[in-house]
Write a protein that binds this ligand. Structure first.
Ligand code: ADP
Ligand code: MG
Length: 648
């Protein structure tokens, strides 16, 4: 703060260094050959338009701000003798501090992410997407001067200048009114831009949808129009696409859009888009949310976050209400009943649109789900104040999951498709949660279901835990975890009677590891599996909570064993022969194996020791299970190791 005040008082310009990200960027802008240099003008006009938007919104809320001289607009002037181009606006302006912050550094995290992406992908013309548009001026000029006066009543005018080196200067300047002039000293190879006709053509091509008049040498070249006010049937797809690109800072075509003219229950018009490229700052809390709120065609908020919930934060565009007051402040917008009703309508329209898209263009929808599915699923988490049971129902129709129906992780199934394919006798929707596809797809929990021909949904997104917590049924069919509870009645009748002795003994020796031991209806080829308590928290949920540092006591789980497996049979015969001492490490191994298939082992060293015992026992003749073991004495070394086993 103090530094810039000094600058204002000193007559000499002060010199500052650009930060590292800007330098990188400048390097790229100046030295890369962009196929289309014309975009520099689009960037500067878009900044002028943003500055006018900001001024309009700020003045609605703060009457002390400096008013504009004349109507809001953008002027481009050519000086062929000095070979300069000046782009002027009477918008919000910049203070010296703001110039240093916005033109000297790349501050926001979203922009940093962009700068990184730019470094990795300089093939594509990413300029203008994430707050780097201004520097595009250096594609055509070797000196850029910005003379500006902020709308803040006490702000002094200032001049900022840079010649593409690693430094820029700041000094006091003259400017009677608020607004900004960006003066470009054109490079010799860019003198083509001194031609008014050429400039007008560029403006028409790139800035058709700017909502302020743009003049080239005092002649207006655009016809500001609010595309969303036109009847949807009169608008061409190409116009929707152009409008999106020009207003959203995105150079790629949108994935889908919807244009709404609604009269009841609230009167509004909206033009909403889903970007085809996931906005890089989507998951940053300070990321852009370009969803503009207009009241009868007058902009009142640039980022109307309260119009859509966080789980629709990737939707951008404009909403124009017929019955909002012009002077609503951000705080009032939050409380405004009309805004709440509007929000309700918008959510429902967006979800309906996605549902229709899923039906008509399943491939396009699959691409959208791939990019935004996790974000949409956040909508299942119940938030106070967001009591919209309606949207949960609609969201349910939109979710897609991987499933045992497919060989790989790429294809997905909806709840409706799942239920449709349920065989006779299946009355439950089964799912299995876990950290990654490979682990869940190979989980022993699935064995019994496969044998029965039951499909299991494979949920590997952390947010899925919240989905299954809030969704307890679909189409009257309960949703249940394949890893939970006793499946005796659901899958296969098991006869515990004949294994009572072994089970009782296992419960005793594994008492500190598991809550219970039972014969499994789930398993066909694996020896053992760990099962979550019917009503407790799932193991996956515990892992997720542990990751976010919410210390949870490790749950008490149930060990299910497969009586037909060789390991279990050997164990049974060892136990039957009263060789408990040798049977004990094998019993522990059943728990180890179950943990291993979940990719989650608490004490690997202990397992290695037990494996060693096992291989020594095998060498001593255990390999062929049952009988022979009992006839062969256990090797002395193995006995030693056995005695060292932790028995707690
Ligand atoms: P972006 O427009 O995406 O934020 P730019 O690199 O185009 O990024 O501009 C950087 C910043 O410089 C803007 O966010 C704004 O704060 C400031 N700025 C640029 N041009 C103007 C202008 N004509 N009037 C006021 N501020 C401006
Ligand atoms: Mg910009």
């Amino acid at each position: 703060m103090s530094e810039s005040t000094e600058t204002t008082e000193a007559a000499e310009p002060q010199t500052y260094g650009f930060n590292a990200e800007v330098r990188q960027l400048l390097d790229l802008v100046i030295h890369s050959l962009y196929s289309d240099r014309d975009v520099f003008l689009r960037e500067l006009i878009s900044n002028a338009s943003d500055a006018l938007d900001k001024a309009r919104v700020a003045c609605l809320q703060d009457a002390s701000l400096r008013a504009a001289a004349g109507e809001p607009g953008i002027d481009i002037r050519i000086d062929p003798i000095a070979s300069t181009l000046t782009i002027s606006d009477n918008g919000i302006g910049l203070t010296s501090d703001e110039a240093r912050e916005h033109l000297g550094t790349i501050a926001s995290s979203g922009t940093k992410a962009f700068a990184k992406a730019l470094k990795e992908d300089s093939e594509h013309n990413l300029i203008g997407q994430f707050g780097v548009g201004f520097y595009a001026a250096l594609m055509v000029s070797d000196q850029v001067t910005v003379i500006s006066r902020s709308a803040q009543p006490e702000a002094e005018p200032m001049v900022w200048a840079c010649d593409g080196s690693t430094e820029y200067t700041l000094a006091p300047a003259e400017r009677p009114d608020r607004g900004t002039d960006v003066i470009l000293k054109l490079r010799e190879d860019a003198f083509e831009y001194l031609d008014a006709e050429k400039l007008s053509a560029i403006v028409k091509r790139y800035s058709e949808f700017v909502s302020y008049p743009i003049r080239v040498n005092e002649e207006q070249v655009n016809e500001p129009k609010a595309l969303w006010t036109r009847k949807p049937q009169d608008v061409e797809d190409s116009e929707y696409v152009e409008f999106y690109k020009q207003t959203s800072h995105d150079w790629a075509d949108p994935a889908t859009w919807l244009h709404i003219h609604a009269d009841a229950p609230v009167q509004y018009k909206a033009l909403l888009y889903v970007p085809a490229m996931v906005p890089m700052d989507m998951n940053y809390s300070d990321g852009r949310r370009p969803l503009k709120l207009y009241a009868r065609r007058v902009l009142i908020l640039e980022e109307a976050r309260e119009l859509l919930p966080e789980w629709l934060r990737f939707v951008r565009g404009v909403v124009d209400s017929e019955d909002l007051q012009l002077n609503v402040s951000r705080e009032l917008v939050q409380q405004n009943l009309r805004v709440r009703e509007l929000r309700h309508q918008l959510i429902s329209r967006v979800l309906r649109h996605l549902k229709q898209l899923a039906k008509k263009e399943p491939d396009e929808y699959a691409a959208i789900w791939k990019d935004y599915g996790s974000t949409l699923k956040e909508g299942f988490a119940k938030r106070p104040g967001d009591n919209d049971p309606d949207s949960t129902d609609k969201l349910t129709g939109l979710v897609r999951f991987r499933s045992t129906r497919f060989e790989g992780p790429d294809e997905q199934v909806s709840f409706a498709e799942y239920v449709e394919a349920m065989p006779e006798g299946q009355d439950t929707i089964w799912y299995l949660t876990g950290t990654d596809y490979k682990t869940v797809a190979r989980s022993p929990h699935l064995e019994g279901f496969k044998k029965k021909g039951y499909e299991v949904l494979l949920l590997t997104d952390p947010v899925d835990e919240w989905v299954v917590q809030s969704l307890t049924e679909f189409d009257g069919k309960p949703l249940k975890a394949a890893s939970r509870g006793d499946l005796d009645e659901q899958l296969e009748d098991v006869d515990e009677e004949q294994h009572q002795g072994l089970l009782g003994w296992l419960k005793e020796v594994l008492a500190s590891e598991v809550k219970d031991v039972r014969i499994s209806a789930r398993l066909t080829s694996s020896a053992s599996v760990l099962v979550d308590d019917e009503h407790g928290m799932s193991a996956n949920m515990q892992r997720i909570l542990q990751q976010v540092n919410q210390g949870m006591p490790a749950g008490q789980r149930v060990l299910e064993i497969n009586p037909d497996h060789a390991l279990v049979r050997s164990l049974a015969s060892l136990h039957g022969a009263g060789r408990a001492e040798q049977a004990q490490p094998l019993a522990m191994l059943l728990v180890d194996q179950a943990r291993l298939t979940e990719g989650h082992l608490t004490d690997p060293a202990a397992l290695v020791e037990r494996l060693q015992v096992l291989s020594e026992l095998a060498a001593a003749g255990l390999g062929s299970h049952a009988g022979p073991v009992l006839d062969h004495p256990v090797a002395p070394e193995a006995t030693t190791v056995l005695e060292n086993q932790p028995t707690e």
